[in-house]
Structure formats: structure tokens, C-alpha cells
Ligand binder design. Sequence first.
Ligand SMILES: [Zn+2]
Length: 425
Amino acid sequence: MTATLFTNVRVIDGTGEAPFAAEVLVKGNRIAQIARNGAAIDAPEAETVDGGGSTLMPGLTDAHAHLSFLNAERLEDLTSLSAEAHALETAKVARLVLDHGYTSMFSGSSARTHTDIAIRDAINAGDIPGPRLLAATRQMTVTGGFGDIGRNGAYAVVLNGADAFRDACRQAARDGVDIFKIVPSAARRGADPLAEDTAMTDAEVAAVCEVARQRGRRVSAHARSADAVKMCLRHGVDMIYHATLADDEAKDMLEAAKDRIFVAPAMGLPYSRLRDAESYGVATDEYTHARATKEIETVSATMAELHRRGVRVLPGGDYGFKWNPHGKNARDLSMFVECFGFTSLEAIRAATQWGGQLMGPGLGLGHELGQVREGYLADLLLVDGDPSQEIEILQHRERLLAIMKDGAFHKPPPREPLVRRQAAE
Ligand SMILES: [Zn+2]
């Protein structure tokens, strides 16, 4: 069994507890021992990594990932490649996000029916590097719903009626999908840029959740209208995306379900639309600008309140578009601090401990992912600096000195002693 001993590290354990000095021993793919308060671990068989005062923390989880969205500008372009080229390009993205410290990804939908599944299986087989991945269906929407962009819009699948959804979910379960992604709400273009209709019916959402329960799958939902959020909660959806227009009743229902529900605002697209789109050569019309501005304002207030009420709100921001490309994912943590009033440690907790709780059931795990804790799986980052003081560090891959997934280094620590590196700064 391989063993790695991290000495001289500051540990951020992922629970929100303040960082502490410790030694951490990894044996095989698990964290075997943690010694605090200057205590030393005796492990002569282990390869020792002297952290030189750097930070050891859990690997990050993205709760709304689209690995097969290849930084396209328009939804119509998400499936422009052949299926074969698409899979190869997606494999590169899987490696890229792991290079950026993301050891777990909960898919927010696959651009093609089997891409997520194929990439997940290749990662699990050790054929390609990548994060732990829960594979999703294509976005399942209704006629006229968000994602129904006509004949060339094959990135979504259009279904109508409970039987059609049930059949699609059974096929997806048969094919090995982990997550059924549905779109219960649909934008209404009008004077109010945030106006949203509820597009799916109770019977349709209930059918999806029924198959999920029978087959042990998760359900995630693009739910922006208050009614769509409530519909999801009534029927047992696991992950609610956006929740933009959640009213008081919806917030009460979310709070009542806080032990089982997860929320991810997925605000990366509007956030980067206002800040970065121009630098990527992407034009923003007046309507889109107004919508993004109001979305950020509304979502920020909603998420701050849900956080105060103890609902688990997770980072994950639709990376995979031209102006919001893969690799920038950790910007979500800074956004949580800037926009939702999270402390840096709370943002880290959301991306690690809560990320582990989100991923665990789909991976067939109990409570054993997302923390630096004895017995937990060794998905770890060695970070140059202290992200609890400076959350932005996590956006810079060169600050990730080492990346470990499942007890093995994806990125090994540098050869030169880290002690000297720190002293020289
Ligand atoms: Zn998305």
C-alpha cells in the first residue's frame, strides 16, 4: 500500500473550522491519521512531503458542471462536432478541471446522450485523468421550454407528458446515467427580463422522480420560477439550480427540506457576461445586459437568505461557454464571498464538505468524501498560501502545489523543498 505523509501543513478540513497546523498521513486511498498541536506521525514507510507551511485542503466539487460544453458561444453550437471528436475534446476538459483542483464534478447535463457516461467510465477505468464524475442526461425539456431551440438544438431532448419523461429516464438509467436533468421552468421574454413561466407539469416531474427513486438515481432541475422550485420540492428533486425567483413560501419549503436538498445558483454565466464577455469578443445586447444585472441582484439576495437559513448552497457556475470557459470554476467561490456574504471558509465548506455530501450517494459512498478527516477518501490539494485569508488563490493553478485524487498524485509536489520556496517569498 502506498503512503504519503504531509508534514508542516496548515489544514483546512472543509467543515468551516478555522485552519490548524497538523501532519496528515494518507494510506492507500484514505486519510489514515491526522496529528494536531505539533504531534508527529511515525510512518517510516511513507513518502514525506514537507509542506513548508502551505495549506492542505479537500479537493473541490463543482455542483453544476458541463464537461461536454466546449466553450461555445451559442447553445446551437454545443453539438457542432461529430460525436467522436466531441468525446475526445471532452476528455481534455476532464483533465483541465482536475488540473485546476476539481476532484469531483456533478454534471449539470451532457451535450450528447452518452458523452458524460463515456467520460466517467474512462476516468474510472484509469484511461484518462479527470475528476470523480456523476454523469447526467441531456437536458430534458418540454416543447417551448428552455433548451428547445429547434431542429438543430440537439443538446436538449424535448419530451411531453409523464410517459415520455418516464420512458426517457428508464432508458437513461439503463444506459448508466447518474443524474436526470430536467427543466421545469422557461423564460418568458417580455418587459420584466427575469419573468419565468413554469413549463413542466406536476405529473411530469413526479414521473421523473419516481423512476429516480426506483433506480437509485439523482434528479437535478433548472428551476427559476417560484412554482417550479415548489414543484421540485413536492416531488423529491435532489438539486435545484438557480431558484432565482423563490418566494417566501418556496424559501420556507427549501428550509424545511434543508437536510436533503441542495441548491446551486449557477450564476457564472450572468456574472461573467457583465465582466468578461467583451474581452472574449462576445457582444451583449441591452436585453441580455438588463437580464444579467437583475439576475445577479435577485439571486444574490435569495442565496444570502437561504444561506442564513441553513440551506446548503453550492458553487458550480455553468463553465463551458466562450465567455465563461472551463478552468475558471473556482471563481465561483470568490463570487460566493463577494455576492452572497459567505466567509472564505464557508465558501470552501460549500465546495468541499457539502460537495462530498452531494456526490456521495451517486458514487455509492457514505460520509467519506469532501473533508480532511480520518477515514475519508484522499482527494487533497496542497495550496501555496492560505485560501481562508485569500480565496482568490484557488483560481490560480500554479498556486496548487500538488493535487491528489483517491490517494494518488495527479500533480505531484515540486521536487525542490517547499520550505525554501516559502522562505524565499
Ligand atoms: Zn447549466
